[in-house]
Design a protein around this ligand. Structure first.
Ligand code: WTA
Length: 646
């Protein structure tokens, strides 16, 4: 049964401070008015979390995303800065792109795509470094109604090939090379390799590769396929009419890891996503026009999509795009950029904070950071020590820290404190390590493993009861997997895969994933993906991968490997396997620890008992739990005795 949202209550609340908004009903139709619609929607949410699961928002509305992020700001604000670009190397000049310039660039890019044959609904794969063209390309896709699939530039050729194949993409946009921390990343070469892999399978759907020149490196060129962006853009007009899109037309696909199988294509649609990204960007950060806002994520992840590009630009923000890393050329880089561009709002990941914390206060204190008003955290649980250091040292004890919990699937922030321009927050008291409260219009519940709702102070599994506009709509071309992954654990609820504790004050503390998803430095990886990368090496018979606590990365990758008969376990082989996994997935998947496992702990029906493997990896040998269902208990004894610590 569909549950229409009750929009009658809470009308009067919208537009007031977040104090009154939290946990209150919200009029999403009224929220949707922050966006310019070609045709205003008359309905808000229409959804069911019961099978068949169906989610629609603002379904009869029509709009264009690039129009909302660019054109509508032009009449009065054309000369305000939309993008500040800070290069990897501080010796290179930064750029400031006004909304007027952004408009020209997006229109041109859209015309280039059209000329290369891209049509409404086509899937365009982006494999780009953090350069302004990445933003132009995303917005250009939305201008002509193409669906972008951004692949993080740290992924390998294999990972790109899988993603191109899954969405049957006909155009790829890349750069000759990327630059990060002074190192070159051979992006075009990786694309060439990916297309070769696809061709070998007879699955190469790509007709054109548009190449942006970043470093000017000498690269291989296939003249029937490859085109230079700078040459093409010089030949097209800078006027391209925005395509009218239905609210529920697909906007983008973003691949993310789950606990089983290959990464899935999370599909977000046009109207609801944009409304939610813009709404949360304003509410959580208290964003006001004129402020300089910096989110350090990569556009290859959802944080980059929602909080570097779509939310900020829809809100006419000045959003900073940073090509580099926190430790290059030295560990003061973040703070130097903050002073250089007078950043007001800074949003980063706990892993960066932990790494910088190790370097002490001096590299931070060298810079003034007076422009800062607010600090944000995202991507993984932030340990209280890191939160406090962030607040005390980076924010000089005067900037609040908002810990924002959300997921690729949720499109935008669901649980977080909300800040106001004047320095106040809701809730007023921010506890180190707590994501605090759900945003207005978000209804979380904590369930026990049986699905019973736990009230008051409790710890259990985090689910969401009602839909919100930014929610993913399906797994691209696999709706059954969507229903199975998110709606089968607890009927009628969206299951987040996270554990959560609610304290007596009603604050939410995210405790981490309860499934086989790893969070390595804020990057999501499935244990199944890493295992399948291991066994694709002919010498490996079986692999089991678990996470373990890691000081900087949050979680590290611990792999138990069974070799085929006759293969000698050596340190060299460990190094080779590590390299192999990096090659198959990308550097983010580099295993930290490999332990040779003559056997893996299995139940009599052959299921690997990961619980035991996790305990061994965490060095909690004394709490291995019940091992009576093991087919061969001696396997565990061997693993414990030979536990690896490097
Ligand atoms: C984790 C990133 C604790 C969580 C936006 C979630 C967090 C997964 C937080 C989603 C936070 C994200 N506190 N844990 N503030 N933010 N997570 O899809 O486990 O890359 O399920 O989205 O990251 O990762 P994803």
């Amino acid at each position: 049964m569909k549950r229409p949202i009750d929009n009658s209550i809470g009308l009067f609340l919208f537009g007031q401070t977040p104090y009154t908004l939290s946990m209150s009903k919200i009029d999403w139709l009224e929220v949707s008015e922050r966006i310019d619609w070609l045709k205003k929607p008359t309905v808000a949410g229409d959804y069911s979390f019961h099978k068949p699961v169906s989610i629609q928002w603002f379904a009869d509305g029509e709009l264009n995303v690039s129009y909302n992020c660019v054109d509508r700001h032009l009449p009065q604000h054309a000369n305000e800065v939309a993008l500040i670009w800070e290069p990897d190397n501080p010796a290179e000049a930064s750029k400031k792109i006004t909304y007027a310039e952004l408009s020209i660039q997006v229109n041109r890019f859209a015309n280039v795509l059209k000329k290369q044959g891209v049509k409404k609904g086509d899937r365009v794969t982006l494999y780009l470094p953090m350069i302004v063209e990445a933003v132009y390309a995303m917005l250009a896709c939305t201008r002509i109604g193409a669906v972008h699939s951004v692949v993080f530039a740290g992924f390998s050729a294999d990972s790109i090939a899988n993603r191109i194949e899954d969405c049957d993409s006909n155009i790829v946009i890349t750069a000759d090379e990327g630059l990060r921390g002074g190192k070159k990343i051979e992006l075009k070469k990786n694309i060439d390799e990916a297309l070769e892999l696809l061709s070998a399978k007879g699955k190469n759907s790509v007709s054109k590769v548009v190449v942006v020149k970043r470093t000017g490196a000498d690269i291989a060129w296939t003249s029937q396929v490859d085109v230079w962006y700078h040459e093409e853009s010089a030949q097209v007009s800078d006027v391209c009419a925005p395509e009218p899109m239905k609210a529920e037309d697909p906007l983008f696909i973003l691949y993310t890891s789950g606990s089983t199988g290959k990464p899935k294509g999370v599909l977000h649609t046009t109207g609801g996503y944009l409304v939610y990204a813009a709404y949360t960007h304003e509410k959580v950060f208290g964003y006001r026009a004129g402020e300089v806002y910096w989110c350090t994520a990569d556009v290859g992840w959802i944080t980059g999509h929602s909080y570097i590009v779509y939310g900020p630009l829809a809100n006419r923000a000045t959003t900073l795009v940073f090509e580099g890393i926190p430790s290059y050329p030295d560990v003061s880089r973040f703070w130097q950029v903050i002073d250089k561009h007078q950043v007001n709002i800074f949003y980063t990941a706990p892993t960066a904070i932990r790494a910088l914390m190790r370097e002490g206060e001096e590299p931070v204190k060298k810079f003034s950071r007076k422009s800062l008003r607010l600090l944000g955290s995202v991507g993984e649980p932030i340990n209280p020590e890191a939160w406090s250091w962030y607040q005390r040292v980076v924010g000089d004890g005067r900037c609040p820290v908002v810990d924002t919990w959300w997921q690729t699937e949720t499109g935008g922030i669901l649980i977080s404190a909300c800040a106001s321009e004047d320095g106040t927050t809701y809730p007023e008291v921010l506890k180190p390590g707590a994501a605090t409260r759900p945003l207005a219009g978000i209804y979380p519940e904590i369930l026990d493993t049986e699905g019973k709702i736990l009230t008051g102070a409790a710890e259990g599994l985090l689910v969401i009861k009602e839909s919100w506009p930014g929610q993913m709509r399906t797994v691209y071309r696999d709706h059954a997997r969507f229903e199975e992954t998110y709606f089968s654990a607890f009927a009628g609820y969206y299951f987040t895969g996270d554990g959560c504790r609610r304290d007596a004050d009603g604050d939410y503390w995210i405790t981490g994933r309860v499934d086989d998803v790893l969070n390595i430095s804020g990057h999501r990886l499935g244990t199944a993906e890493v295992e399948s990368a291991f066994v694709s090496d002919a010498r490996v018979s079986e692999a089991a991968v678990v996470g373990y606590p890691h000081d900087i990365k949050g979680q590290g990758i611990y792999a138990y490997i069974t070799l085929k008969n006759g293969v000698t376990p050596t340190e060299e082989l460990k190094a080779e396997l590590r390299q192999h996994v990096r090659h198959v997935i990308g550097p983010i998947a580099t295993p930290d620890i490999i332990q040779w496992a003559p056997g893996l702990p299995k139940t009599r029906s052959g299921k690997i008992m990961r619980r035991i493997l996790r305990k061994i990896a965490e060095n909690q040998i004394e709490s291995l739990g019940d091992t009576s269902t093991l087919a061969d208990p001696s396997v565990v004894k061997d693993l414990v005795e030979n536990r690896s610590n490097k």
